[in-house]
Design a protein around this ligand. Structure first.
Ligand code: PMP
Length: 433
């Protein structure tokens, strides 16, 4: 752990300064640039277990977990060993491999809605493909998404989106044709009445509803009682599909994702992050009659040079095997609750208005005292205070997501010792804010 007095990030600064001349904003993905929290972005050198180390040698307890995949802890020795073995056979076949069958079977066994699955390379790809499938299957063009939910950066989802879009305040990106987003209808999260109104206004033209069943991309927001059930009923009533984007929640809030946790089965599901064990993977799947539309079984085209890559499949298989061990999710639940409740209590004792919670290995804390049910509520957070909190924690060796509008992640490698150190750091930082 770093001590505040010796904390310096000169090498990060040097590398990031050079990066800014080479790549837009110096990064390969926007939130990494620390734009909303300010200060020097950190350039990393290695990860292990619950820890991430920067190029200056500072070590941090990591609550980003490469944005979700590192649920077993970074660079788990069994994942690394499996990858070494797979690597000996080559890096890509561009043809079927048996690892695809193994991972597909594990996903189908785990996720209630998935009877067949197609692997892709990212969550973005999974969501843009599932949207095409929703339209192909229903013959309808409109979709409903929720304000503050993020489904990757494909054109038709860049409407009131979350994640980096929310962080940078870029709700409607230039370059996205109006003709593309005209068919994207939006509603506030947890607002069934708003969804009902959209269906009444467009009874025969809505292909489906897509949502994060637990939101992570507007900060951490849980579905109100009855919300998921209501969406299931409304979509059935209007002949539309219900799609859970479980890129973040899949194999995280429960082994079978939010649909297992809440007992609501959508028609289609997207996955990513955990199922790739830290390598680039996404997937979409669902009812076999819908998946039968996907080429070459059916007419809806979707393809990928590196899809089903043997290394990515191997990392995913081993990660899911580790998660299957008894007690994994009970452990994640326990350790994360301790962290989340501890943070909220310490913040309140220090006089700050906060709101938050956790489910299994996913948590969040907003700097607002009012309950947060949707993105509008999340936006009431004191962002300047969050920035100071983030910087203070960083200087004490705690790496939190550099945005108020992102969830936090724990892993099986986080122990009581890491939580103790995190809470001790939070006590110091929050009392000085
Ligand atoms: N959907 C959700 C719910 C996500 O959280 C993300 C990424 N954070 C995506 C889609 C996009 O995934 P990727 O970044 O792998 O393209």
């Amino acid at each position: 752990m770093v001590s505040t007095s010796s904390y310096q990030t000169n090498k990060s600064k040097e590398i990031f300064t050079a990066a800014q001349k080479l790549m837009p904003g110096g990064v390969s993905s926007p939130v990494r640039a620390f734009k909303s929290v300010g200060g020097q972005p950190i350039v990393f050198d290695r990860v292990k277990g619950a820890y991430i180390q920067d190029v200056d040698g500072n070590e941090y307890i990591d609550y980003v977990g490469t944005w979700g995949p590192a649920i077993c802890g970074h660079a788990h020795p069994e994942v690394i060993a499996a990858l070494h073995e797979a690597l000996e056979k080559g890096t890509s076949f561009g043809a079927p491999c048996v690892q695809e069958n193994i991972l597909a079977e594990m996903v189908i066994d785990a996720v209630p809605s998935i009877e067949m699955v197609r692997f892709v390379n990212s969550g973005t790809e999974a969501c843009m493909s599932v949207l095409r499938l929703m339209r192909a299957f229903t013959g309808r063009e409109k979709i409903i998404k929720f304000e503050g939910c993020y489904h990757g950066h494909a054109d038709m989802f860049l409407v009131k989106a979350g994640s980096g879009v929310a962080t940078l305040g870029l709700p409607d990106s230039p370059g996205v044709p109006k003709t593309t987003t005209n068919n994207t209808l939006t509603a506030p999260y947890n607002d069934l009445e708003a969804v009902k109104k959209l269906f009444i206004e467009n009874p025969d033209s809505i292909a489906g509803v897509i949502l994060e069943p637990v939101v992570g991309n507007a900060g951490f927001i849980v579905p109100d009682a009855g919300f998921l059930e209501g969406l299931r009923e409304l979509t059935r009533e209007y002949g539309a599909l219900l799609v859970f984007d479980e890129v973040m929640t899949g194999f995280r809030v429960a082994y079978g994702g939010a649909q297992e946790k809440f007992g609501i089965t959508p028609d289609l599901t997207t996955l990513g992050k955990v199922i790739g064990g830290g390598l680039p993977v996404g997937a979409y799947g669902g009812r076999a009659d819908i998946m039968a539309m996907v080429a070459p079984a059916g007419p809806m085209y979707q393809a990928g040079t590196l899809s089903g890559n043997p290394l990515a499949m191997t990392a995913g298989i081993k990660t899911l095997e580790l998660l299957q061990r008894p007690g994994s999710y009970e452990y994640l639940d326990k350790i994360t609750k301790r962290l989340s409740e501890g943070l909220l209590q310490i913040a309140r004792e220090a006089g700050h208005a906060v709101y938050g919670g956790s489910i299994s290995g996913m948590f969040g804390m907003f700097f607002t005292g009012d309950p947060v049910h949707n993105y509008e509520d999340a936006k009431k957070s004191d962002l300047a205070k969050f920035s100071r909190f983030h910087r203070g924690m960083l200087e004490k060796g705690i790496y939190l997501a550099p945005s108020q509008f992102e969830a936090g992640f724990t892993s099986l490698a986080h122990t009581d010792a890491e939580i103790d150190r995190t809470l001790a750091a939070a006590r110091e930082v929050l009392s000085g804010l």
